[in-house]
Design a protein around this ligand. Structure first.
Ligand SMILES: [Zn+2]
Length: 444
């Protein structure tokens, strides 16, 4: 039994959103009681106790779109890299990295990402992986890191014809094998999807191969209309828009997650809504790649299940929250935009997206939900009440204010120290592997 107490508990449970001087009790992997600290402590006097010291106690964050494989891009200088647009960024940076990753690089990239997730209070991620230099077994390397660090993960490999049909086939098989493996896992900490890069690097034959090998329990995780080039390619080569092409290949559905959706029209939004397909918005990445601003507010208003991710740009969901908040105000020239939609995406919709892959209830502190809880160091300078919680968060905290992270009832970080991982050793190993990777890339 574990109790986290003496904090302002933000439950994300509409019945009782905020508990002053509250506590959460976790029995093994599951929350068994939420209430006032004195009440919980007297109910479980023998339990391990973590004191929030007056900070916030909240559900841990969920990241609906990650890229573990991008870890070693930090500080990397690629000879001749001088992108003029989104396709140059893909080919010159991301595909260049992924083609040169070894299985051990993938494992270390995952360890580094998971460490940063834990530090930012993220305990569940949807990752989208590529390592065309070593495809087979790559998702299993990531799973190994997920289990070592304790972060819940839904994994997939991005199928693409960009390196030829043999590698496309190999990536289909990697997904299929991992999905079948994950379906047999009973820990509730691992899931799999059929990953796809984006329609402009996938032939009709490869779409069909993926469909033929996909276990029916899983859906697809694919980038959609991230760049205008993706749309132009689809119109020119297939005579239809992107979401129509996905519809024709049976890609849409309630288990499928579409990344970005920047260049989609109202007809495509109708298809996404009618098929109950999920969308994930990655504001910082869209801005950084100069890709444009997606019609995310409209998607939310239409009732499309739209979540929030980071696209590997950061592992801090509060950073994504802050950027989405200002991006849509700026883009729509409307200072009232995004106040309610972005927190809805981060706190409600990401939990609903996770619920389509993990059987446990996530993103809420209430009896029966999974024991995924964080403590945030925060002393409000104005009164905190149930109506202004999100305002305090967006202007008052960052991911690095998280001091304690608990996932599935297991303490992964306490007082900013990771409990399961030798962080210094992992970082030293990462630096060595990143240096070797840079050497391989620049000696091509
Ligand atoms: Zn992405």
């Amino acid at each position: 039994m574990l109790v986290l107490g003496n904090g302002s508990v933000i439950t994300r449970d509409a019945a009782c959103p905020l508990i002053e001087n509250g506590a959460v009790a976790i029995d093994k992997t599951t929350i068994c009681k939420v209430g006032r600290t004195e009440e919980i402590r007297s109910a479980y006097p023998q339990s391990e106790y973590i004191d929030a010291e007056g900070g916030l106690i909240m559900p841990a964050f969920i990241n609906a779109h990650e890229h573990i494989y991008s870890s070693f891009a930090r500080g990397l200088s690629i000879t001749g890299y001088d992108p003029k647009g989104f396709l140059d960024i893909l080919d010159g940076m991301w595909w260049t990295i992924d083609r040169n990753l070894t299985l051990h690089d993938t494992y270390l990239s995952a360890m580094a990402t998971y460490i940063d997730c834990i530090r930012n209070g993220v305990t569940t991620i949807f990752d989208h992986h590529a390592s065309f230099g070593s495809i087979e077994g790559s998702l299993f390397e990531i799973e190994k890191a997920a289990k070592e660090t304790g972060v819940r993960s839904c994994l997939c490999y991005e199928i693409s014809d960009r390196d030829g049909t043999d590698k496309a086939r190999e990536s289909v098989m990697e997904n299929a094998e991992f999905i079948r493996h994950a379906l047999k896992d009973d820990t509730g900490m691992i899931a799999g999807m059929m990953g796809m890069h984006a329609q402009f690097t996938i032939s009709d034959e490869t779409f069909e191969l993926a469909a033929a090998n996909k276990p029916e329990e899983a859906g697809y995780h694919i980038h959609v209309a991230e760049g205008i080039e993706d749309l132009h390619h689809c119109l020119k080569n297939h005579g239809k828009r992107i979401v129509d092409r996905l519809m024709d290949h049976g890609i849409l559905g309630e288990k499928t997650l579409l990344g970005h959706c920047i260049y989609i029209n109202p007809h495509e939004m109708d298809l996404i809504k009618e098929t109950d397909t999920m969308v994930v918005h990655n504001p910082e990445s869209n801005m950084g790649n100069a890709c444009g601003c997606p019609p995310t507010m409209e998607l939310v208003h239409r009732g499309i299940l739209t979540g929030l991710g980071t696209d590997g740009y950061t592992h801090d969901m509060m950073e994504s929250f802050k950027v989405a908040n200002v991006l849509h105000k700026h883009h729509l020239c409307d200072p009232n935009a995004a106040w309610s939609e972005v927190p809805q995406m981060l706190f409600e919709n990401n939990a609903k997206i996770a619920a389509r892959y993990f059987k446990r209830e996530l993103g809420v502190l209430k009896e029966g939900a999974s024991g995924d809880v964080i403590i945030v160091d925060y002393d409000p300078l104005t009164p905190l009440n149930k109506n202004n919680i999100n305002g305090h968060l967006v202007f008052g905290i960052t991911g690095r204010d998280v001091v304690t992270t608990v996932a599935n009832g297991e303490v992964l970080m306490k007082d900013r120290r990771l409990t399961k991982v030798d962080v210094e050793k992992v970082m030293a190993d990462c630096r060595q592997a990143a240096e070797a990777l840079a050497g391989r890339i620049n000696s091509r």
